[in-house]
Write a protein that binds this ligand. Sequence first.
Ligand SMILES: [Zn+2]
Length: 276
Amino acid sequence: MSRLTFCTCIAESVSAITLAISAMMAPAAAQVGPPPLVADLVMANHILFDQGVVDGFGHVSVRNPANPERFFLSRARAPSEIEAGDVMEFDFDGKPTGGPRDKPVYRELFIHSEIFRAHPQINAVVHSHSPAVIPFGVVEIPFRPVAQTGSFLCGGVPNFDLHDTFPDAANLLVTSGDKGRALAKTIGNRPVALMRGHGNTVVGRSLKEVVFRAVFTEVAAKLTAQAIALAGGGKVKYLSDKECELTTSAGQTSGSNEGLERNWETWAKQVEAKKR
Ligand SMILES: [Zn+2]
């Protein structure tokens, strides 16, 4: 073996060993976001599953407090299975900017990106197909609350029909920025938008508020449908706008941090208990 060949072999071996050591030392999955916020995002997914708001579909996101033009959302995975290492960061164009970028992403992440872009006061978004809500998107009957836990719904629940704006869309999914922008426009300053033939989207100022609203939107839909069925075509006495205002300001619903904390704690403990 010539001196040159010998040196080349040594160099290649050292290079291969260096690469192997680097691979061994590389983190399994680069985690993003402040750990407490990521832990809450994981818990939000598990609560929404446990409360019957999401199933294998549905997702929840939170704005990055350190960079308001970014948000955190899991890679495409069933909400009940999500872990901290699944959380990714995205920009408003839906491009991944952190987290496990080699994994598939939710096709409907544009629901989140365009709502965060259009509504700076919104810091958390839930999209679900929660079953009791869907019928209100396909009938002429308005979705109004009959109990105080749904008082945040007073003032109207807009109905987003994708085919009004995109008549040629192949399906009802929000799979592009322009479809996300249409939904963000429809939801406006309301906490909830129905999505005809598909599901609903809920927004909030925090993860705890958006989870509270998503759970009690499903509860309100059940109660309102029961009241309408019981009435048998007769009159239903809905909460008045004044009652909604007073029950919210009295701290019984989403206007109260204490109310949000109390429900979050209950739901989180239930999730933890089921893991044991
Ligand atoms: Zn959907």
